[in-house]
Each structure stands twice: as C-alpha cells, then as structure tokens.
Design a protein around this ligand. Structure first.
Ligand code: HPA
Length: 238
C-alpha cells in the first residue's frame, strides 16, 4: 500500500527493519550485508531495501534525521506494511566519562526534549522504552560477538536541537545517568508502543560531548560494522 512517503507495496518489507538515519548507510547495508537486496522504496531518496541475512528476510530503510522524520517512516512501516520490529542503528554523542568513542550504547529508555508525546494527550510524563524481547535477543548477541565490554545499556536522550546541546544541558542530563544523546529513539519507541509493535535503538558513539573528541571517518566505519552485525544477528533471531 504505497503512501505519500513510501512507494513500496504491502509485503515488500520483511517483518524486521533496520533503520540507520542516513540513506547512504541504508544502501551500504543492503549492498554489503544482505543477500539479494532489492530496492522497495526510493521516495525522497529514503532508500528501503529488502533482502536476506543468512537466508532470513530482513529490510533496511533510512529514517532521516530527527523525531518527525523517523516518526513518519516508522509509523507507516508498523501500520501499513505489517512490520513487527524496527531496530534503529545510529550514532550518538556520549555524555558519561565511562563511555568511550566507538562504544555501543543501547537505549533501554529514551527521554526527549521534543513534544512528540503530546499527541497522546497523557496526564503525565510517558516513559519511552525499548522492547524487552528485542533487548534480550540483542544482549545475547552482544555476548556471542564478544562486545560486552564496550556495550552500555541504559537511558538515552532524543534531542530536537543538535545545535542546542549546550554544556549546561549536557551536564544536567549526565547527572541523571543518561548515557548519550541522539535524535530519534523516543519517537520510534512511542510509535512502537502505540502500534503494539517492537523497537530497539542501538548507537555507536561518534562524539564525546564531555571532551569534544570525535571519530575519524575510518573509525566510524569500523564501529559501524560491529553495530550492523549486532543488529542483523539480532534481527534473524526475533
Ligand atoms: N547529538 C545528537 N545526535 C548525535 C550526536 C550528538 O552529539 N552525535 C551523533 N548523533
């Protein structure tokens, strides 16, 4: 069922979709990790691909940047394409001294500076959390792939304003134990909850917001590879 943002037909997506932010990353994952990947959507250059990983159908589609963007694409995948699981594979800026560049951060919960949650008209502050089933499956693969030492699981922050991340703001969220800042997970988790579906956000740390360090492009690629393998090994077991 094509939508204004997605030209795929019903049945074109596998039940599990990996979502990087960047359309070029989606294409790279489809071409380098999936077998027999075919393009199922290209509206606005947001490539969606379906293929197999170790023989099991998996899709990958970009989310774009920010909560409104992932909000649209994940809503349509859940409601119009019968997708059950979305695993975001992104990057994040860490805000704890014990988290390092290239580490993996998994968002058990996601706070936000956005008003996305207001659409549900709830009389309180909603806790946007990941799917426990996806997290449990992912943690088994973290151990199998030997990634436990570099993986951190906890609260993250989905920020609406990349350039509004001031030292004072970082300090306050850090003091609450939040691991890292990215820009999409909270909307994804809320859409999953409202649809009765599953979501998980896995990020590699590309920026250290406490000391200003960031990854070279070569290092980004290597860290990215571990995260994609982790997400795909999880995807074929759920
Ligand atoms: N802030 C928000 N999103 C990000 C960052 C950041 O510092 N780094 C990578 N994604």
């Amino acid at each position: 069922m094509p939508t204004a943002h997605n030209s795929a037909q019903k049945g074109d997506f596998a039940k599990t979709v990996l979502m990087p932010g960047d359309p070029k990353r989606a294409k790279f994952i489809a071409e380098h990790y999936l077998e027999n990947a075919r393009l199922v959507n290209d509206v606005r250059g947001i490539g969606g691909y379906t293929g197999t990983y170790k023989g099991i159908p998996v899709s990958v589609m970009a989310s774009g940047m920010g909560m409104p963007s992932i909000g649209i694409y994940s809503y349509e995948l859940y409601h119009f394409y019968d997708v059950e699981n979305i695993i975001r594979v992104g990057s994040a800026g860490c805000i704890q001294p014990y988290v390092a560049l290239k580490d993996i951060v998994i968002g058990m919960g996601a706070g936000t500076t956005s008003r996305f949650v207001h659409q549900y008209d709830l009389n309180g502050d909603y806790s946007a959390i990941c799917s426990f089933d996806l997290l449990e499956a992912c943690m088994k693969q973290v151990d199998t792939l030997g990634l436990r030492e570099k993986t951190h699981v906890g609260n993250i922050l989905s920020s609406d304003a990349f350039y509004g991340e001031t030292p004072d703001m970082v300090k306050k969220w850090s003091a609450m134990g939040v691991l890292a800042i990215e820009m999409e997970a909270a909307a994804l988790y809320m859409n999953a909850a409202a649809a009765g579906k599953n979501a998980l956000c896995i990020c590699t740390v590309s920026d250290h917001l406490l000391n200003g360090e960031n990854l070279s492009s070569e290092e980004r690629e290597r860290g990215f590879d571990e995260m994609i393998r982790l997400a795909l090994e999880t995807a074929v077991r759920i």
